[in-house]
Design a protein around this ligand. Structure first.
Ligand SMILES: Nc1nc2c(ncn2[C@@H]2O[C@H](COP(=O)(O)OP(=O)(O)OP(=O)(O)O)[C@@H](O)[C@H]2O)c(=O)[nH]1
Ligand SMILES: [Mg+2]
Length: 438
């Protein structure tokens, strides 16, 4: 799905993510590339323009540039804005509270309406509905037959008659009510182009059977045409949502990424193949993760933002560099560690240290005792652990409900860590970072 766009965005964002420090120019350059990739994927020009300007505005703020992970922050902004573009939440289908639910599918010829009828019917039958299909396409001679064959393959009833499309729909809904079937799906005729007659026919059906959903079936392969078609249908008929088909093909992503922004209507389902089970509920966030080829990055950034404030990180970095690392710092690290899960991830957020302390981890129970030990130290002991002698150790062990062995172990770990930091400081940190990269 959207392989090319996905590859390009992924590589642009990967470059950004890898950078410890960013300048306004770095970001602008990267966003220029993002812009080009979106335009080449046939995303609507105006949508791209708005998108880039929003991302730029948010990215160039001081908070991002000064943050501990500017590259990742920018990636997250891109991710969030793309998600907004696609409509934040997945939208659910509406059902009737009295009598059968009626959904009407409309769209141009060959967009995949008839197939979508079958997909929706089998999808909702699995959820306990009893679907009933109405063949209201009397335009194309073989259309009714096609729906009947499809109904047979799914073992679902299909209604057809020799009346006009509006009458067919009315009597079809009446029949469904009679038989106690609760989900009516209407397959309508398509035209090669939007014409007045088609729109009038559809509007009349909508008026007479008042469907809970009018779903536009749009072919993602047609790119910006799909967007223009959707706009026309929305203006002339009024639609509730979009079923975007053929995403399994080599659609470039333009339609998917522009439809919501241009029409204001949500994409509700996507078709991902010719088979009747090739249907997916549309989740904007999942789609964006797929397009950007990530997701873990975003959660990581969110976690890091919660756990460690930028100020704290800067203070710590400064202390580490000045070799003043004390038990107080150690303690505040532990507090953050508890919020985050692993010391590795915190340390990897600190520029200059990165992955160099990999492998240092503490389990939860040990953490509680370590906290108790540090809590039992005096302020002076925390700042200058070298003064902790035998009798102080005994007092601390007693106060924390641990034993001498544990106090010793913690002190040993602490001095080891401090020595590691000291050694690292003597070396070129940049070199170190590459050394520790897997
Ligand atoms: N690859 C792929 N093919 C699809 C998808 N949805 C529909 N098709 C194919 O697209 C072609 C047209 O599908 P139909 O469902 O007949 O389209 P329609 O809108 O009912 O067409 P008309 O009734 O002629 O207006 C068929 O060959 C389908 O198998 C999809 O999600 N992926
Ligand atoms: Mg059809």
């Amino acid at each position: 799905m959207f392989a090319e766009l996905s590859d390009r965005l992924e590589s642009i964002l990967k470059k950004l993510r890898g950078q410890g420090k960013l300048t306004e120019n770095n970001i602008k350059e990267a966003l220029k590339e993002v812009r080009r990739a979106l335009l080449e994927a046939d995303v609507n020009y105006k949508v791209v323009k708005d998108f880039i300007s929003k991302v730029e505005e948010k990215s160039i703020g001081q908070e991002v540039l000064r943050s501990i992970t500017p590259g990742q922050q920018v990636v997250k902004i891109v991710y969030d804005e793309l998600t907004l573009l696609l409509g934040k939440d997945s939208s659910v289908m509406k059902f009737s509270s009295s009598g059968p639910t009626v959904w009407m599918l409309a769209g141009l010829q060959g967009s995949g309406k008839t197939t979508a009828c079958g997909k929706l019917a089998s999808f909702y039958r699995k959820k306990g509905k009893s679907p009933f299909l109405i063949a209201a396409d009397v335009q194309r001679p073989a259309a009714v037959e096609q729906l009947k064959i499809l109904g047979k393959s799914l073992n679902l009833p299909v209604y057809s008659s020799k009346e006009n499309p509006v009458k067919i729909c009315q009597s079809g809904v009446a029949k469904a009510r009679e038989e106690g079937l609760d989900l009516v799906i209407i397959d309508t005729a398509g035209r090669l182009h939007i014409d007045k007659k088609l729109m009038e026919e559809l509007a009349l059906i909508k008026k007479e059977v008042t469907p809970q959903e009018v779903i536009l079936v749009a072919d993602s392969m047609t790119g910006q045409d799909a967007v223009n078609i959707a706009l026309s249908f929305e203006e002339r008929l009024g639609i509730d949502g979009i079923f975007l088909t053929k995403l399994d093909g080599d659609a470039r992503g333009g339609a998917a990424l522009s439809l919501r922004a241009v029409t204001g209507k949500p994409i509700k389902f996507v078709g991902t193949g010719e088979k009747l089970d090739a249907i997916e509920v549309f989740y904007p966030e999942r789609m964006v993760s797929r397009i950007l080829g990530m997701g873990d990055v975003v959660t990581l950034v969110e976690k890091a933002q919660e756990a460690i404030s930028q100020e704290e990180a800067e203070k710590l970095e400064k202390r580490l560099r000045e070799e003043q690392f004390s038990f107080k710092d150690f303690y505040s690290q532990l507090q953050q560690l508890k919020k985050m899960g692993s010391l590795d991830s915190i340390l990897s957020m600190i520029p200059g240290i990165g992955g160099s302390l990999k492998g240092f981890s503490v389990d939860d129970k040990a953490l509680v005792r370590v906290e108790a030990i540090i809590n039992s130290m005096t302020e002076e002991e925390r700042l200058k652990p070298q003064i902790i002698d035998g009798s102080r150790k005994k007092r601390i062990a007693l106060g924390s409900g641990t034993d001498l062995q544990e106090v010793n172990r913690l002190l040993k770990q602490f001095f080891m860590m401090k020595k590691m930091i000291k050694d690292f400081n003597k070396m070129d940190l940049r070199k170190l970072k590459t050394m520790f990269k897997p």
